[in-house]
Design a protein around this ligand. Sequence first.
Ligand code: C2E
Ligand code: MG
Ligand code: MG
Length: 647
Amino acid sequence: MAKLSASMTSKTASAVQEIYRPIIRGYFAVFAAYYLLLLPTNFFYFEGFDLWAVVGIASLTSVIAVVGFFRLREKTEIEMLERLLVVLNFLVVMNVVTTLNLMFEPEKMVYFVILVMLFALSSVSTRQSVLSIVFACLAFLTYVPRLETSDQATYGFLIFGAIMASLSITYYLRKAITYIATSKLDAEHQLEEARVVGESLRHKSLSDSLTGLPNRRAFFEALRKSKHDISRQAKESRDDPKAQVQNLWLILVDLDGFKAVNDVHGHLVGDLLLKEVSERLMAHCGDTAHVSRMGGDEFNIILKSSGDETEVRAWCDELLEELAKSYVIEGRYVRVSGSMGCKMMDLTQGARSQINEADYALMAAKKQGKNRTVIFTEVHARQADERYKVEQALRFASLPDEIELLYQPQVDLRHNRIVRAEALARWSSPIIGEVEPSKFIKVAEESGLITQITLTVVEQAFRTLSMWAAPVPIAINLSCHDLISDPSIDQIVEMAEEFEIDPALVEFEVTETAMMIDLDKATTNLKRLSEIGFSIALDDFGTGYSNFSYLRRLPIEKLKVDRSLMENSGDPMTEKVLFSLAGMARTLGVACLLEGIESEVDLLVAKRVGADAVQGFLFGQPMSADELTKALAKDAEKKVSPATATY
Ligand code: C2E
Ligand code: MG
Ligand code: MG
């Protein structure tokens, strides 16, 4: 506190002297001008030694006044102000003394009265004013004996009055100046405090509370600033060819497997992991790049680099290596990796569209297997454009009119008969024409439109099924969104009741990846469907986790081995893999269906590995309901033992 008040006092003193400085400077200017103008007039009144004495002291005074005037251009210590004033005032007194010595006139005693007032009014401190007034008074006193008695009293009262008046005026003047200085300081202090508070609020509003990294707002500010810097660099390089030109790279980072960490270890560990990830990001970015947290496990990096694409990729890959090293959080080892989408910014284009482009590259990195860097190219742009068109067309689609179902037969190998048909959606959009199922299903899943498609498919399939005289068991695909959405499951059940569908005729195909999104919820809904009497098949089997422990917990009755595993069916290794997958189905006590049977060789392999059923082009492409009934009729003509769909 003492320190603070001491610093305030010294600050006040310095503010006071700053207010005095221009006043004193004016005082010096007046004396410099006065004595310079007075110099020539001396030649009319004095001559010889007297003249040189008067001119000498006047010249010295004007030189000191000029020196003081220039010295006070800059900030001046109070002691220096005092010294300069004492010297000048002393010389001014000496000017009066010299003139009076050479030519005494009683009325000139009034000079001392004027000087006393001037000295008091121009003083910067009490000690300096007292000293200056003392000079003037002493000089005055030396001439008092030369005055007549009546004049002595007159000048005595005059000078006494001048001293009293000027001292009191000076006191109040200094008080007023000190008050102004303190108010100015207070205002400056408050301004500084407001600036500090403003700065900390600004910092808070621009940083992420969990990791301390710059947040989304700060990212956009940094991006704007970086774009500006690079544009300026580019302009400068036009004038100076040697100037270094940098490119601006936008790098989107998304953690792979973060959700699983949150699910398995809880949110506290998830938060601590994000903090550690942020530290690694900051350490790698250093001063070369700006990193911000956009939310969740998404981070954006702005990198200024004069390197080419290869160097930027290497920089990103090094960062990926860092991120993929294990983390020890609360005594547990945790591992995640990162996927990165990069885009070299085009400064003439808007930021938003380019962020989207970097995002497309990021999506590509995820699709290509994660833990990798993908740099945006026109291919991504085309894919993104196509994807966007599909999504838009889907949003405006009248699904019941545009979706059509085809049915692909599933054949039981024991009886060599069609025992079921998988309903496969076909979409013909009036805007963009026919779109491959794998494409529009994916877009629909990503944009949340899949549930409407599923309900349309289910409705059409149930309607067809209810119209068949001899109903064929069917299989319907469900996506991740359907599995975790209670309203979707409710509507499916309601539709089954509405069309009076025997649940034993319907099988739902689900994939492992879909269930993994929320295994608990998916399990509950699958159990609900199974309890009603629907059967469940695990689609795309062999491409996912194929984990025994959870497979046993689920009400699954069939494993559908993905057709990608049927490629190279002639290869002994492929056969071994298929054999072990079929064995797994047997161990679990469920049926095994092999997809993608296109040739006799495939069929032979399917029989050898012990599959129960097959599906593929060898037995029929996806076909209309009418074609399917014809195929079934042909099948019945084979007159073999009746087939059942009990596997
Ligand atoms: P999926 O459920 O595994 O369906 C089998 C896919 O394999 C079908 O492709 C079918 O035409 C194709 N396929 C069957 N046999 C052969 C073969 O011997 N060789 C080859 N190369 N392909 C064969 P499609 O109809 O293009 O469907 C692709 C995927 O789209 C489906 O894979 C399924 O995941 C999804 N899908 C199709 N319709 C629906 C639907 O209504 N709802 C949902 N959620 N997904 C659907
Ligand atoms: Mg399927
Ligand atoms: Mg499949």
